[in-house]
Design a protein. Structure first.
Lengths: 155, 499
């Protein structure tokens, strides 16, 4: 148990209290006729107590584990954040721009920018992956992926 | 008895239809592949392939998705033995002795005994499932809302009890899962809950995007941080068939593993992972040469590999007969069945006998296919392992994106999956497990409905949960599981691994 536990415990505590508050607003009903908030009000309270225990244990015990490596290795955090941003952008533009273009761009970004595998390699491979995934999911499995900008091609 | 034979016969008629045979084959093939690939487990694989089954019948879909699960159990051993990286969680212990055997040039017999052990155990589990299934179904017909409520509480408690980290954290996760299940429309009052005017929350929090996030995306993020290093054994794998001496030493382990795995699999909250750890512990304990374990003892491969397959097979029992998933994979399968318009539970055997018996019999066939598929294809799986991670993770991400989108052709599911991917990543960092959350999320609605129905039945009297004997029994079990760790030091899975 360490500092990280205090933070995460606090997070779940606030979350649970918030849920109990919201459930209370929904109406607890009576015991004969429990309302829509009844069960979640109590689950929220139990979860809040459990997260308090997590916090309490992190305060009481200062194990040597405390000195262990920090929760995040600095080096790759940028990489993870960049990958996540590219995925959110993918989701954001998928419908307007279309599956083929966003997938191609995503792969060029991941292979070329993040993994630095050389542009020729990245572009060629991205084209191959895009074509293959389109064939498998759209042509074979009929997934109805968005066409976006390429709608006019009517393929 | 004759009844059951008739049903099995009927199951065969369903399972050997060419289309179903093909789906069974595709399922076990994908399963083996998923088992081989580290960083993609059966839970994520089933979740992201679910949308591809929307166009086929529920029977074919279930046959394929089930195949992925037990197929992964076979594939997982290959990577454990050859690379010392478990392809998925149920093969973690196989690394201990499997890799040591490989280092000593006995990779062949290790892979061979794992495959034969898996086949024997898998088949044993399916045969037992054939007989136990109908029996349990009949018992479950007598269950009312209080029994269901208590049973689900036991399921969630067992899973938190067996979780590898802090039990308190696991309980918090179960609570969060239940809360998530409450989002969307309340089925009894028709009121919307926890939607906060967000359009995509109106239909509730879907199990599949959450599972893809927690088990797929977050796994990729973790691997990006640590960069997997792999040393693939260069030596050619030969002599796949274990010698008579190998058989003599391991047959006992296989039988014990099968029986142990079967019972741990039925247990709600149990399943293949726990079965493999328990089997290893037992084999080491009863062995005359415990010092050989960890240095390449064949029993250390045969036992756990049999146990995880038997556990994988028997964990279908609570799902198909009670409608209660025993582990996260079954939780996703339950979600899949519900999307296909089926309600798993004691009535499933009557309302959809083709699905029930067809799936069971397909598992006999699938186990046979896996044995044939696995041994000759090992060189190909080794090649698959050589795919560099910089290629593998963009593909896993892409499949997750397509899978999430295809659920309802909506970007909202992708967003939800990504959010849970980040959450899952942080949870692993801070020592919280995803499994109790998924199980609670799937069971949540049923749990709440049965809770409220019970109280309506008893006119607000809480004693209904303790005056009915079956329900009382379940609740006592749950209470014991919660109290025991406080009194004694809970034996963690990680401790089992070392001891």
């Amino acid at each position: 148990m360490n500092k990280a536990d205090r933070g995460s415990g606090l997070f779940w505590f606030i979350f649970s209290v918030f849920i109990s508050y919201e459930s209370h607003k929904l109406g607890l009903g009576t015991l004969h006729q429990p309302g829509p908030g009844f069960l979640f009000f109590w689950i929220g309270i139990v979860t809040a107590i459990l997260s308090l225990i997590v916090i309490a244990m992190s305060l009481r015990k200062r194990s040597p584990e405390d000195a262990r490596e920090p929760a995040f290795g600095r080096r790759n955090v940028t990489k993870i954040v960049l990958v996540l941003i590219s995925l959110f952008l993918y989701a954001l533009f998928m419908e307007q721009v279309g599956f083929l273009i966003v997938t191609l761009l995503l792969f060029i970004f991941l292979l070329g920018v993040i993994e630095k595998k050389g542009w020729r390699f990245a572009v060629l491979l991205s084209l191959a992956v895009t074509a293959l995934s389109y064939t498998v999911f759209e042509v074979a499995l009929q997934s109805q992926l968005p066409k976006g900008l390429l709608e006019f091609l009517r393929f | 008895m004759i009844d059951i034979l008739q049903n099995v016969g009927y199951g065969f008629q369903v399972a050997i239809q060419p289309l179903n045979l093909m789906y069974c084959f595709v399922g076990v093939l994908i399963g083996t592949l998923v088992g081989v690939l580290p960083g993609l487990g059966p839970a994520a694989a089933i979740a992201l392939l679910l949308p591809t089954t929307f166009k086929v019948t529920p029977v074919s879909a279930t046959i394929m998705l089930a195949g992925i699960y037990y197929g992964a159990m076979y594939g997982g051993s290959t990577t454990s033995i050859l690379v010392n990286i478990p392809g998925e969680a149920a093969s973690v212990v196989t690394c201990l002795d499997g890799y040591q055997m490989a280092l000593k040039g006995r990779a062949g017999p290790a892979l061979g005994i794992a495959a034969f052990g898996s086949f024997i155990a898998g088949t044993f589990a399916v045969i037992a499932l054939t007989f136990v299934g109908p029996f349990l179904s009949n018992i479950a017909l007598a269950f009312g809302p209080p029994e269901y409520f208590s049973l689900m509480i036991v399921g969630i408690t067992v899973l938190t009890y067996l979780s590898s980290g802090s039990m308190i954290k696991a309980l918090i996760m179960a609570g969060v899962g239940l809360i998530l299940s409450g989002a969307g429309m309340d089925t009894i009052s028709g009121k919307y809950r926890f939607t906060f005017n967000i359009q995509s929350l109106l239909d509730g929090v879907g199990v599949v995007p959450v599972a893809m996030g927690l088990f797929g995306i977050s796994e990729v993020l973790l691997n990006l941080e640590t960069e997997i290093k792999r040393d693939i054994l260069a030596a050619r794998v030969k002599n796949l068939f274990p010698t008579l001496k190998d058989w003599a030493v391991s047959i006992g382990s296989i039988i014990r593993g099968s029986i142990l795995g079967f019972f741990l699999g039925i247990l709600p909250g149990g399943g293949a992972v726990i079965a493999s750890f328990a089997s290893y512990a037992i084999e080491k304990k009863i062995s005359k040469h415990p010092e050989e374990f960890g240095k390449g003892a064949i029993q250390g491969v045969a036992g756990p590999e049999s146990a995880n397959n038997a556990g994988a097979g028997s964990s279908f029992i609570p799902l198909l007969t009670l409608g209660i998933p025993a582990n996260p994979v079954m939780a996703i399968l339950l979600g899949a069945l519900m999307i296909h318009g089926l309600q798993p539970g004691p009535l499933l055997m009557k309302s959809a006998p083709d699905l029930f018996w067809g799936t069971i019999v397909s598992m006999y066939i699938g186990n046979g296919m896996l044995l044939v598929l696995n041994l000759p294809l090992i060189p190909i799986w080794v090649k698959v392992l050589k795919i560099p991670y910089y290629l593998l993770y963009p593909l896993i991400l892409l499949f997750c994106m397509i899978g999430a989108y295809s659920l309802e052709n909506s970007v909202a599911h992708i967003t939800m999956m990504l959010i849970f991917g980040i959450l899952g990543f942080l949870m692993k960092k801070f020592g919280y497990e995803g499994a109790p959350m998924i199980l609670a999320l799937v069971l949540g609605q049923k749990l709440e409905t049965s809770f409220r129905r019970s109280l309506i039945m008893s006119q607000g009297d809480f004693s209904i949960f303790v005056t009915r004997p079956i329900s009382l029994g379940f609740l006592i079990t749950a209470a014991l599981l919660l109290i025991v760790p406080i009194i004694t030091q809970r034996k963690k899975l990680s401790a089992l691994k070392e001891g």
